[in-house]
Design a protein. Sequence first.
Length: 224
Amino acid sequence: MTSAEFARYLDHTLLKPESTRRDARRVCEEAKAHRFAAACILPSWVADAAEILEGSGVAVCTVVGFPHGIAPAQAKAAETATAVADGATEIDTVINISALKSGSDLLVMDDLSAVIDAAGMGGATVKVILECALLSDEEKRRAAEMCVEAGAAFVKTSTGFAASGATVEDVRLLRATVGPDIGVKAAGGIRTVETALAMIEAGASRVGTSAGVTLVEELGKPCP
């Protein structure tokens, strides 16, 4: 895989609460320069990202219900509508983890539908973060199946804010559950080329990382 091909798998990400507008703009400029799949930044800076990335082919991604997923569906829908109006083309939303673990599947579906409908009205796609570190394998499968039923474009492993992030095993499980036509995004703790490539080999169609520039540059280095 060439570095350019590898870059198209990457969502170049900065979601630290202490990050600044200047930091977000830098990440967007880096995403544009390296032609990453997306720049994923805090909702506050979506309009800046849309300005920087216009016409670049790099998606403007932001988060909704982040990082715990426990806001009411109406609040998530409003967050989504605002982000899309500001220029977001991809929404990474956190599933209602508490409702999922309570067996309240109708509440989970209402939550997913609210976000997906709001995003769809503005032509944006939705990736649903399951936070796999907090779920059993049965819960991961059930959640992924609901995401497919609700019309999500992707399922995603992690926020990066739990005790652990993406694993190859979770990527394989999600890919086996959703089939070939739904995206799988691996995120959380991916800081080496080897880890990113292992996620792609396991079935990830996107990789979220804050180390995108470093990874692309490392892959592009000639072998000694």
